[in-house]
Design a protein around this ligand. Sequence first.
Ligand SMILES: Cc1ncc(COP(=O)(O)O)c(C=O)c1O
Length: 367
Amino acid sequence: MPLVPPYIESLRPYEPGRSIAEVQRTYGLTRVAKLASNENPLGPSPLALEALRRPLALNYYPNGGLDLRERLAYGFDLKVSNVIAASGSDSIMSGIIRAFLCDDDEVLTTDAAFIGFQVLARSRGVAYRTVPYRDWQYDLQALASAITEKTKIIYLANPNNPTGTIFSKTDFDAFYAHVPERVLIILDEAYFEYAKDTPRYPDSMHYRYDNVITLRTFSKIYGLAGLRVGYGFAHEELIKNLLKVKLPFEPSEPAQRAAIAALDDHEFVHRALELNARGLRQINTALKQMGIDAVPSSANFVMLPLESANEASWLTDELLQRGVIIRPLASFGLPNCVRVSTGTDEDNQMFLDAMEVLYCKEGICRR
Ligand SMILES: Cc1ncc(COP(=O)(O)O)c(C=O)c1O
């Protein structure tokens, strides 16, 4: 028996985007735009920062997220027993995989799903099955038809990372009608806040399905990715079992405190949404003029399907040398595609200026 199981041996670890400091050092640059990890370019929520400045009793263990669970339950009109909080939605996903998957079970999702989920699910060593996108949207019909008696978890992200696309409540309900009760659906809504005002986007908080768990995060709109804090809502039976496997002291006390404060930072959320909407318009319009079509996005990033894997890696490298970090998607399973997060107005312009240099000459663009 080898020390390392084959499904771990063959796993490629999650690669975080490159840091601004590292790119500055490598290429001798003063200004770098990090558009690789769908973070909030405004920084962290000011109310969260203010809360962190108050004295913290860090000598005591935290209470496992209870204060945050109570605040979320109050805010969303649920019972505390329907809410879980942990060190990022990643951590809750990891708990779901530990709590609910047995050796013979299968996981089902789309091709090129969010890489964090891919790595976690594959690390469990169970069968991992996918169906292709249709026009960069989830093909929910094909997913429903792919369910077998072994399927245990279906992972859906809405909006989806990396495509930025969404499905509606009608689409979801038609799909849900085909899902047996013994199958758990993870509804990953990391980008919920960016999409919630799109008319056809559903608010899953109003769903009352016993086998669906909704995951959300403070890493995106609230600008707290570095603190690691996320949450989930589900039937109390699911939450009860998830709490059995959750590491007892997640989230940390600073993370919990900052998250509670951030929930009241409506002005910051509003500013972040405005900046993002402006950024999407700015990027989509300029790219279109260059002959590059981004997939229509309901999140804080756009995906660009390019002509070849060579073009995608060429573009990533050229942009990097010019101080713009984007995300190549080969590791997700889309070697022809790259993903670009919206940044500040200046970041977006820096990206577009570099694109113009790379794709256009004397006003004529080569795509
Ligand atoms: C779809 C999706 N889910 C989850 C996460 C991870 O969120 P967290 O920082 O809460 O672990 C991300 C982060 O990029 C994401 O894109």
